[in-house]
Design a protein around this ligand. Structure first.
Ligand SMILES: [Ca+2]
Ligand SMILES: [Ca+2]
Ligand SMILES: [Ca+2]
Length: 182
């Protein structure tokens, strides 16, 4: 004869309450950026700010870094699409050349070799409209990049005053590339 109490309460308690109730909502969301960074491009999730007052590279570098430490810096042109789109935006603003966060490793063998962006990646190749280093070949004098709206990137010393473009992408500057800045 079966016992009347056997098997009466098994599985009675509520089981399997929500697994992982909080979802991963913030993945790939744009970084939080200063409200002064009003320019966007369709090829990135970054925001950009043009500093229209002409100054030397170092002045702009310090200013961009200071807007939101660890997230803003001179524009780091990581892809061909970013370069081309930004150039189109700048062409409508009037000035002919803008400092960006593009740096050449010192003592590189040629004027177009070993260019990096401040966030650490190698600059896409084929984007120098003028790479002359003030000489027939590399002489280690022009190791910074300015984005020319008519002629892609130019290698420059950083001493001449130009406007600049800052970028907010949530990425910190790469210490090795920052160390290449003259
Ligand atoms: Ca970028
Ligand atoms: Ca150079
Ligand atoms: Ca040059």
């Amino acid at each position: 004869m079966p016992s009347p109490t056997i098997d009466s309460t098994i599985d009675a308690a509520p089981s399997d309450v929500p697994i992982d109730p909080v979802s991963d909502a913030a993945i790939d969301a744009p970084p939080a950026c200063p409200t002064s960074y009003t320019t966007t491009l369709s090829s990135t999730t970054s925001r950009y700010r043009v500093l229209a007052t002409a100054a030397a590279f170092g002045t702009h570098h310090t200013a961009c870094n200071g807007h939101l430490t660890g997230a803003t810096h001179l524009a780091s042109l990581e892809t061909a699409a970013e370069i081309n789109e930004l150039r189109g935006v700048l062409a409508a603003l009037g000035a002919n050349q803008y400092y960006v966060g593009v740096v050449q490793q010192p003592n590189s063998p040629t004027t177009t070799s070993n260019w990096f962006v401040l966030t650490g990646a190698q600059l896409p190749s084929g984007f120098f409209g003028n790479s002359n280093d003030d000489a027939p070949g590399e002489n280690n004098e022009e190791n910074l990049g300015a984005l020319n709206t008519g002629d892609l990137l130019h290698d420059v010393t950083g001493d001449v005053a130009y406007p600049a473009v800052c970028e907010c992408d949530g990425k910190a500057i790469d210490a090795t590339v920052a160390g290449f800045i003259p």
